[in-house]
Design a protein around this ligand. Structure first.
Ligand code: EPU
Length: 432
């Protein structure tokens, strides 16, 4: 029941450090199961999706030791179980990676259908298609996905659409199989390269990650490794948009500028100044923003995860912008919330038309999912007056210390615990 309270119109300035990438971490943590020795992971973000991944590993029998805030030693060599029950799998989308890793190592896995943010229908048919092609028998049984095989054999897979999750899951399942697996129409997101680099550092033979054809030659064993997870390009993009929306001047550190190019190119086009350095960028902005039309697409296209954030920024542009959401069916649920703040946005299916309004006004709103929650924070930072955001547990799935980071840049944002018992003092600041 916590919420954020933001007093808007504070210009962000200073430096902020980006954490490790959520969508790489939630694949690499289960991938440790594939190793025959303990592994050390560095630059692990402190977010709730990571805690859930670690909890699942722990329940399966792994030993987990925090060496410092961002470095974890995981020994998954004594896994006792290959079942991930509903109570754990429902907590996040990425629980589907336990299917690929448990199957890849033990040739059997039973994992509940995954939960996660609702963004429309999110089937896992392409994951199943790949497992079956690798030799598995697959069944859906009382909400559990059951896969088993006598042998995991190299194969050729052509995905019906570009899918991040199924591309990674196929790599995880195939890397300890026999023979050569070829994935065509593979996704090319930075986290796919990161997962392949992690596995290759343990002795896997994965070639072509980052292109649309990935080849995996199965190996018998994988040894331990120490590996640093890439920085989170969507967290970086979120701070870029927050800096721009508040007319700020922010240096964003610990980034890989190449990973940010799809975001950087678009922000530059609408009038945001971006300077690139080796592992940081500086974002400055005096406005006004120029209207634009954007279609989300798999990497290196404009990322769907940035769609609610850029839509928020375009509320301050002059004229009408058009956003087409081409990855997920239902990713405009934040629009009603932005409208409460004065945004003028109409939605028709996959297309949103945003009429620039110059100014938003603070209001009580509710986060419908992770990136939409981040977009509402940006709206609140730029709006006149006070914005209160409920359902912030979504935001905490993917943003480490967002309140602390924004406050260090000059934002007025607090996390407040809402106590529902009316006889008690109704609000308590829990994170200033
Ligand atoms: N799809 C299918 N069948 C499948 C798999 C995917 O129809 O078997 C469809 C999806 O429904 C969607 C499209 O293919 O329409 C792309 O889905 P993809 O598999 O790429 O997405 P995902 O693995 O479910 C990951 C991230 C998302 C991110 C997308 C796209 C994780 C845990 N999640 O989801 O991240 O939006 O890739 O880049 O890695 C977020 O971080 O907020 C987030 C939602």
């Amino acid at each position: 029941m916590d919420k954020y309270i933001i007093k808007g119109k504070r210009r962000l300035s200073g430096e902020v450090e980006i954490s490790g990438a959520k969508n790489a971490a939630v694949a690499i943590i289960p991938a440790v199961i594939l190793s025959d020795e303990p592994c050390v992971l560095e630059n692990v973000p402190n977010i709730s999706d990571v805690s859930i991944s670690l909890k699942i590993l722990y329940e399966l029998g792994a030993q987990i030791e925090y060496i410092n805030d961002t470095t974890i030693k995981i020994d998954a060599t004594q896994i006792k179980d290959t079942v991930v029950p509903y109570e754990l799998a429902k907590l996040m989308r990425a629980s589907y990676y336990f299917l690929g890793t448990l199957f890849g190592k033990y040739k059997k896995a039973r994992v509940s259908m995954p939960g996660g943010c609702y963004l429309g229908d999110r089937p896992i048919d392409q994951h199943i298609k790949a497992f079956v092609s690798l030799g598995a028998t697959a069944a859906l049984d009382h909400g559990m996905v059951d896969i088993t095989a006598d042998e995991i054999s190299g194969t050729s897979i052509f995905f019906d659409m570009v899918t991040v999750g199924a591309t990674i899951n196929t790599i995880l399942a195939a890397c300890r199989g026999t023979g050569l697996t070829v994935i065509e129409n593979a996704a090319r997101e930075p986290q796919i390269v990161d997962v392949a680099n992690f596995l290759n550092s343990m002795g896997a033979e994965i070639m072509g990650a980052g292109t649309d054809v990935i080849k995996i030659r199965g190996v018998n064993a994988l040894h331990g490794t120490t590996y640093s997870i890439i920085p989170d390009q969507i967290e970086a993009g979120t701070f870029m948009v927050a800096a721009a929306a508040t007319g700020g001047d922010v240096i964003i550190k610990n980034v890989i500028p190449k990973h940010l190019e799809p975001i950087t190119n678009r922000l530059a086009k609408i009038g945001v100044n971006i300077e690139e350095f080796d592992d940081s960028i500086r974002v400055t902005c005096e406005g006004p923003f120029v209207k634009t039309n954007i279609k989300t697409a798999p990497h290196p296209g404009f990322p769907t995860d940035m769609q609610p954030l850029i839509a928020t920024l375009l509320c301050f542009a002059e004229g009408a912008s058009i956003i087409t959401e081409d990855i997920f069916d239902d990713r405009f649920r934040y629009v009603d919330e932005l409208r409460r703040m004065g945004a003028e946005i109409s939605v028709d299916g996959k297309v949103a038309v945003i009429d620039g309004v110059g100014e938003l006004l603070g209001a009580p709103v509710s986060a419908p999912d992770l990136r939409a929650g981040a977009a509402l924070i940006v709206a609140g930072l730029a709006a006149k007056g006070v914005t209160e955001i409920e359902n912030i547990q979504f935001v905490e799935r993917g943003y480490e210390d967002i309140v602390f980071k924004l406050r260090s840049l000059g934002a007025e944002i607090e996390k407040v615990e809402v106590i529902t018992d009316v006889t008690l003092n109704s609000q308590k600041i829990v994170n200033g």
